[in-house]
Write a protein that binds this ligand. Sequence first.
Ligand code: ATP
Ligand code: MN
Length: 463
Amino acid sequence: MNRTRIARIFSSGEANNDITVMGWVRTRRDSKGGFSFIEINDGSCLKNLQVIADEKLLQSHGDAQRLQTGCSIRATGNVVVSQGKGQSLELQASEIEVIGGADPEAYPLQKKKHSFEFLRTIAHLRPRTNTFGAIARLRNAMSHAIHTFFQERGFIYLHTPIITGSDCEGAGQMFKVTTLDLNDVPKKNGRTDFEKDFFGGPAHLTVSGQLEAEIYALALGDVYTFGPTFRAENSNTSRHLAEFWMVEPEMAFCDLQGDIDAATQFIKYIFTYILSNCKEDLEFFNRFIDSTVIDSLERIVAKDFEVLTYTEGIDILTKSKEKFEFPIAWGSDLQSEHERYLCEKVFERPIVLIDYPKEIKAFYMKLNEDGRTVRAMDVLFPKIGEIIGGSQREDDYETLLNRMRETGLNPNDYQWYLDLRKFGSAPHAGFGLGFERLIQFVTGMNNIRDVIPFPRTPGSIGF
Ligand code: ATP
Ligand code: MN
C-alpha cells in the first residue's frame, strides 16, 4: 500500500498535493462548523499529523461512528501549512477510510496518563503511546549507531551462540536448556543423566559472548557481538533483566588503556549520534520524564571520563561522610549506591574504575604485577551505576591456568580457551555494555522493564 510516512511530511516542511497517510487515530474532535479534526500517529515520529475532514466525507463512507481513538485509518488529501499556531502542516482530507475499527469503550489506551506499571500489562498496545514509540525509535537509532561505530573502525560483527555448553563463564546464574521430560528425568548414579539430553550434555543460555569473541579476535583482530544475553539471577531491581542485550567488542593487540579509550569513544559516539538524529524524541523525555537528560548527554560528550583505581575509589568512599546502606571495605564489590556517589557527588561525570581485587572479578582478567589486582575496568554512570564491565584478558598460559585452579574451574572444560594462550597468544581486551542500561540513561526511564519491548523478569513471562 502506497503511503507517505508522517516523519517525511514534517521533515520536508512543505505543502504537497495528493498525499496518502496511514496510521492510528490518537484523538478526534468535531467542530461546530462541520469539520472533524483527527490526530493520526504512524510511529515514524513523535508528532501526530492533524487531518481535517468534512463531516460529509466521513458520512458518505459510513465511517463517522467508527472513526475513534485507536482505529487505523487511511487519509488522502493535500498537505497544507496550517492556519493555527506555529507553522505546522496538516492534511486536508479528500478521502478517508477506517481500515480497522476500535471500540472506544473497550480500548485500553485512554487520553489520560497511564502508569508505566499499567502499561506493562498491555505490552501489545503500549508502543502506541508517545513514550514507548519514542523508546522504540531510540533503541533503533542507538543500534544503528553501535553498528556504524564499529563498522567505520573495521570491526567484524560476530554472531556468538545463544545456547552454550560451558556451564560457567564466570558471570551470573544461567538458564538451563533441555528437552528432557521434567516429570520423568533420566538418572545415572542418582543425578540427572545429561547424556540422554538433546545435546548429550548440559546446555545453557549464554551469559556473555566474550569467550567466543576472544577466539575470533585472535584471528580477525577486532570483532564485536550485539545480541541477547541471559541471567537467571533472581534480582528484582530496576536495573536487571533476565534477558537483555549486550554489546561486546573484543580487540587483539590491545591493552587496558586501549580498552578504556574504545569504551569512552564508543559512548560519546552514540550520544553524539542521537543528539543530532533523535532530537524530537530526546526533547520529549527531557520534558516529560527527566529534565536533565539532554544536558547529561551533552556534558558526557564534552568532558573526559575520570579514570581511577578501585583502591582510590575505596579510599574516597571510606573518607566520605555519606551514610551508605552497605559497608565499604577493600576487597568487597561496590554497590550501586557507592558507584553513584562517586559519579554524582565526587566527580560529576562518568568514571572508569580500574584494577579491581582479583577475588571479585572473573578468572580471565589479566593479573597485575602486584598479584592482588586485575586489569578490569568498569564504566560507572551517574543515575545508573555500572554500565560497562570490561578488562584486558589474561594472555599468559601459566597464569591463566593458575587462576582457573584458584577459582575452582576445571581446566579440561576450557582446553580451547587455554589453547589460545598456547598458539599465537597476544594481549587483548574487550568489554560488555548493557544496552538497556544505556537506554535508561539516555531516556531517564526509571525501570529497565520499560526500555525493552517485552521484559523478562523473575515471575513474569507474559507477551
Ligand atoms: P551488575 O553488577 O550490575 O549486576 P554485572 O557486573 O553482573 O552487573 P557484567 O557481567 O559485567 O554485569 O555484564 C556487563 C554489562 O551488562 C553490565 O555492565 C551491565 O550494563 C549489563 N548487565 C549485566 N547484568 C544485567 C542484567 N541482569 N540486566 C541488564 N543489564 C545487565
Ligand atoms: Mn560487571
